[in-house]
Ligand binder design. Structure first.
Ligand SMILES: CC(C)(COP(=O)(O)OP(=O)(O)OC[C@H]1O[C@@H](n2cnc3c(N)ncnc32)[C@H](O)[C@@H]1OP(=O)(O)O)[C@@H](O)C(=O)NCCC(=O)NCCS
Length: 200
């Protein structure tokens, strides 16, 4: 098999080819730029469809829009709201994962200046369970610390067992708080609030 051209790299087959074999040492983490918005959107849509199939309605997942996500993250990466950070994981230049952090989005939580949120942590499904999520998670926590936060919170879909297991094994605890959020197309997202100290 020859090298992949840039367009092929964003296809499921392209990512799968990267995923074969040992890739841990090939992963690079860096701050995202506005130029990453398209690749980030593709990762988010593919990750949502794989992770939330059976948890959210099929029509919502099938209707997810790469251009909508791209526009949203392009705006964030261009305006760079204070204390907001975004990191990508790449393999040979191709974005395979994305994490974002910043001040809590729930207004009541913003009263606490020490508290930062992990907004998003998403990997292309072809590269799950290869340690990349662990690396990206560590990088996201570092970004929170570098912004001066000493504690972190996140919202996770209460049926997302894979992510809950991942977080609970990495120092997060369930606060017992829950919320009903709205996702794409107005879909109901029943979420749980996790928290974590950032001192370790
Ligand atoms: C949650 C998510 C980010 C985890 O990423 P990941 O890359 O699969 O995570 P890792 O590979 O680092 O760790 C997952 C498990 O695989 C194991 N693992 C890592 N490398 C492995 C390997 N080479 N072989 C077998 N298992 C491996 C890890 O030990 C870990 O198990 P543990 O949690 O019991 O310790 C990823 O599954 C994802 O993107 N999910 C969909 C999006 C999502 O739900 N995000 C959270 C929204 S709040």
């Amino acid at each position: 098999m020859g090298p992949l051209n840039p367009a092929e790299r964003f296809t499921p087959e392209g990512v799968r080819r990267f995923a074969n074999g040992s890739i841990g040492h090939m992963v690079e983490l860096r701050d995202a730029t506005q130029a990453d918005a398209h690749a980030i959107a593709i990762v988010l849509v593919r990750s949502w469809r794989a992770a939330y199939r059976g948890l959210l309605p099929d029509d919502v997942l099938d209707g997810l829009s790469v251009p909508d996500r791209e526009q949203f993250w392009s705006d964030v990466l261009t305006t760079r709201p204070p204390h907001t950070r975004a990191v990508v994981a790449t393999i040979e230049g191709t974005v395979v994962g994305f994490a974002a952090t910043g001040p809590p989005l729930v207004q009541a939580d913003r009263a606490d200046p020490d508290l930062g949120d992990l907004y998003a942590l998403y990997l292309a499904p072809d590269v799950w369970r290869r340690g990349i999520g662990t690396q990206l998670h560590a990088a996201a926590l570092d970004r929170l610390r570098s912004c001066g936060f000493t504690r972190a919170g996140l919202w996770v879909l209460d049926t997302n067992e894979r992510a809950l297991r991942f977080y609970l094994r990495r120092g997060w605890t369930d606060t017992g708080r829950s919320q009903l959020d709205r996702g794409p197309g107005g879909v109901e997202l029943h979420e749980r609030r996790l928290r974590r100290d950032l001192s370790d």
